[in-house]
Design a protein around this ligand. Structure first.
Ligand code: NAD
Length: 490
């Protein structure tokens, strides 16, 4: 065994393989397991427990039992647990980065970036917890006093996707714990190891038993529905595809359950004729190829003014053709594998459809033969209206360019989607930038920036991209409920 393989094996051996329920790591009640696979090799990394419906109920029981004492724990003490978790996670950044690269495939440098980003939610919400505030004041008639207080909503169910295994977990767990809520978290079955390792870290940081419970399962639907329909559950926070989000909203409706939904995107990336082209090309590389294109914030449609479209396409093609593809653990690799064979098929189909409708394939365009699920970094230009690639989330390393002639046309194309998560705009005109802030139907915007994610900012979408916000001063309110009391004037 090489030194690298030994290090990977030792790391994987330390990750718990059970469900965390009420402070105990246990096997699934039905004895079922699931195998976690390295998408770069197709090899199995680890076998872990796969929860049954009964395990789901037990996890919710544990979160309900732990709620009264966690709710009563002073905010400062809750904050200290989060802050310790931030410190330990930061110390172990390399370990968590490697674990994510192994189970998800992203290049190590990006995985380190995700650890820093993910850890920041722990620090941010450790700082927010002591600032949960209310207000006291006279009613307008002067005859009474109004007292407004904030309370944790109660036990929460958190469901996370596979593409950012750490950050999607901390972005939900940190505000929930800061608010005084207890949780059951269900990571994606494709990348559950990071959440298991993070839950063990929270125990080390002093989190009491039952405050965070972890369910890993390949029966996501069957295990989740009874939890969502249980009247003891007070909040569902989901990050994933819009199709699943809509189904969960239907389940949540029966109990008028509070929900936060971080769903899909179809981000426009608009390059005006007055853009700094160097900045636009750098921004495009970050907005498109970060996480191998598998981000809800990934730029999906490059809408470029006709006068600079050829130059932009030439420059990005040069950069894209030079991207190094390989296993994310290897030095210098910039593009890892896609998560599975289905993702590769989807990218292939979208490129083929665009080319069949007249787009020009400038580089890439094909699945890469051999072990793992790799797809060539790709650029297609002159994409025709009506092509599937403009409608669907690509979720792969494919950059699609559409030309435009007028600002109104750029706005119309950018807004022509059911989604509204993030938009990117490149222009050196302040007035035009301001107009775009007002005209684009989007929850977030990068103005001359290719990445917007930040723990201090309210992350979330408009339209079919979701409900609610994660991060920022807004993030903790997703886990708090308001009570107003009227009392006579003294
Ligand atoms: P997905 O919807 O298939 O799965 C998300 C999670 O839901 C996983 O944990 C999965 O196991 C679970 N799930 C699937 N079916 C379920 C069911 N019937 N009941 C309960 N849980 C179920 O999405 P994915 O493929 O893991 O992630 C990619 C999607 O997530 C993309 O659409 C992407 O845009 C979106 N995403 C959004 C954000 C955001 O913040 N807006 C961030 C990351 C990813």
């Amino acid at each position: 065994m090489t030194a690298t393989a030994t290090r990977e094996a030792a790391l994987l051996a330390r990750v718990p393989d059970g469900l965390l329920i009420g402070g105990e790591w246990r096997a699934a009640s039905g004895g079922e397991t699931l195998d976690v696979v390295d998408p770069a090799t197709g090899g199995t990394l680890k076998r872990i427990a796969s929860a049954s419906v009964e395990d789901g109920r037990a996890a919710l029981d544990a979160a309900c039992d732990a709620f009264p004492s966690w709710e009563a724990t002073p905010a400062r003490v809750r904050a200290e647990v989060l802050r310790r978790a931030f410190d330990v996670l930061t110390d172990r950044a390399d370990e968590f980065a490697l674990l994510m690269t192994l189970e998800m495939g992203k290049p190590l440098a990006e995985a380190r970036g995700e650890v820093a980003y993910g850890a920041e939610f722990l620090r941010w919400f450790a700082e927010e917890a002591p600032r949960i505030a209310g207000r006291y004041g006279p009613n307008p008639e002067g005859t009474g006093r109004m007292i407004v207080t904030q309370h944790p909503v109660g036990p929460c169910y958190l469901i996370t996707p596979w593409n950012f295994p750490l950050a999607m977990a901390t972005r939900k767990i940190a505000p929930a714990l800061a608010a005084g809520c207890t949780v059951v978290i269900k990571p994606a079955e494709l990348t559950p190891l990071t959440t298991l390792a993070f839950a063990a870290l929270l125990e080390e940081a002093g989190l009491p038993a039952g405050v965070v419970n972890v369910l890993t399962t390949h029966h996501s639907g069957a295990v989740s529905e009874p939890i969502i329909r249980d009247p003891r559950l007070r909040k569902l926070s989901f990050t994933g595809s819009t199709a699943v989000g809509v189904r969960l909203l239907e389940q949540a409706a029966a109990g008028v359950l509070r929900t936060s939904m971080e769903l899909g995107g179809n981000a426009p990336f608009v390059v005006f004729e007055d853009a700094g082209l160097d900045a636009a090309v750098d921004g495009a590389m970050a907005a498109k190829f970060r996480n191998i294109g598998q981000a809800c914030t990934a730029a999906n449609r490059f809408i470029v003014h006709r006068s600079v479209a050829e130059e932009f396409a030439r420059r990005v093609t040069e950069r894209v053709a030079a991207l190094r593809v390989g296993r994310g653990t290897e030095d210098g690799v910039q593009i890892g594998p896609l998560i599975d064979a289905r993702a590769v098929d989807k990218a292939s189909l979208l490129v083929r459809d665009a080319v069949d409708r007249g787009a020009r394939l400038r580089t890439g365009g094909h699945a890469i033969d051999g072990a793992g699920t790799f797809f060539e970094p790709t650029v297609v230009s002159d994409v025709a209206a009506g092509s599937e690639i403009l409608r669907e989330e690509i979720f792969g390393p494919v950059l699609a360019i559409v030309p435009f002639d007028t600002e109104d046309q750029a706005v119309a194309i950018a807004n022509d989607t059911e989604y509204g998560l993030v938009s990117y705009v490149f222009t050196e005109s302040l007035a035009r930038g301001q107009r775009m802030i007002e005209r684009l139907a989007t929850g977030m915007m990068g103005l001359n920036m290719g990445v917007v994610s930040n723990a201090a900012a309210p992350f979330g979408g408009w339209k079919m991209s979701g409900l609610g916000r994660e991060g920022g001063a807004e993030g903790i309110h997703e886990y708090l409920q308001t009570k107003y009391t009227l009392t006579p004037a003294p």
